[in-house]
Design a binder for this molecule. Structure first.
Ligand SMILES: *[C@@H]1O[C@H](CO)[C@@H](O)[C@H](O)[C@H]1NC(C)=O
Ligand SMILES: *[C@@H]1O[C@H](CO)[C@@H](O)[C@H](O)[C@H]1NC(C)=O
Length: 296
């Protein structure tokens, strides 16, 4: 256990050789040394993975400059590299983030090719008293559920792994991908992805977050819309119904993540969302719903 502490010291003297002022170095040293000894007293420390002994430096481009980052020795299930996955924070109500260029055009096309032959009319979860007939017209897309393991190109596997990283939710909690195609006029009326037990009956688990990967551009229409973004005002500066709200235009390879639940596990009413009718072109999207427990 002692040797782990001295490893921390060696690490910081490496920074010194990189030319940082001696004052910062010694302050940092005592800070880290103090941190490690506090840690040593309070918890067990894992033995590092075989082959991963010294900490490493990794260079990352940041606004045109190369920045040197100090890496830690990861835990058994961690990475020994820095992930750079750019995102734009879109909204706090609902908590929504945008990931430009999350997937490559080739990955998107291969997912479309894989799914195309298996499309069926999409269905919706039924509330008590609802029937397939009474809910007809709410969701008019075609779709198919595909597991990452069914994709020989491994595109879905790579994307699923990346989604798990950015959501910090385990892969095991995700439903299979729901790959959807919306043709002209097709849409999904605003709805929640999380199911209220009072409306849908008891659930084994709850959907926490949704990740939408746009597999195609759409010439016109087909936006994802959040009519209640930032509150419940349907009209403020937005289009008139039926497709109003804060809209995200699909762009091939881009990802959209939003959370259906607040941190206290109740449904966020502003996570209501829909898919506007496609006006021109075709919309393809791969949706991953992530639950609070392993799925199924
Ligand atoms: C998808 O299918 C089209 C048409 O068959 C083909 O031209 C294209 O190369 C395929 N793309 C990928 C990435 O598999
Ligand atoms: C859960 O959190 C939301 C948002 O902070 C809050 O409005 C709501 O009252 C909370 N509900 C409960 C049951 O704590």
């Amino acid at each position: 256990m002692k040797s782990k502490g001295s490893k921390g010291g060696r690490h910081w003297s490496l920074r010194g050789r990189l030319g940082l002022p001696a004052v910062i170095l010694s302050c940092s040293f005592f800070f880290v040394a103090g941190f490690f000894s506090a840690n040593l007293l309070s918890q067990n420390i894992n033995i590092p993975k075989a082959g991963v002994t010294a900490r490493q430096l990794q260079s990352v481009e940041e606004e045109g400059e190369t920045v040197q980052l100090n890496l830690l020795t990861p835990g058994f299930t961690g990475d020994d590299f820095i992930s750079v996955i750019p995102f734009q924070f879109l909204s706090w109500r609902p908590r929504a983030l945008y990931f430009p260029k999350f997937a490559t055009a080739e990955q998107c096309e291969s997912i479309i090719n894989l799914s195309k032959p298996h499309l069926r009319p999409s269905t919706v979860a039924l509330r008590k008293g609802e029937t397939r007939e009474s809910t007809k017209g709410i969701r008019t897309s075609y779709g198919v559920f595909v597991s990452a393991s069914e994709d020989k190109s491994e595109a879905l596997d790579q994307i699923e792994e990346k989604i798990a990283k950015v959501t910090r939710l385990p892969r095991e909690n995700g439903e299979p991908f729901n790959v959807l195609r919306y043709e002209t006029g097709e849409k999904y009326d605003p709805h929640y992805d999380a199911f209220k037990a009072s409306e849908f009956g008891p659930q084994k688990s709850t959907r926490v977050a949704s990740f939408l990967l746009y597999l195609s551009d759409v010439e016109e229409g087909g936006e994802t819309t959040f009519p209640y973004e930032d509150g419940f005002d349907y009209v403020r500066g937005h289009d008139s119904r039926p497709c109003n709200g804060f809209k995200i235009r699909p762009r091939q390879g881009d990802g959209l993540l939003f959370y259906s639940l607040f941190p206290n596990n109740t449904i966020d009413p502003t996570s209501l969302h829909g898919s506007c009718p496609v006006i021109r072109g075709e919309k393809w999207v791969a949706t991953k719903w992530i639950r609070d427990q392993e799925y199924p």
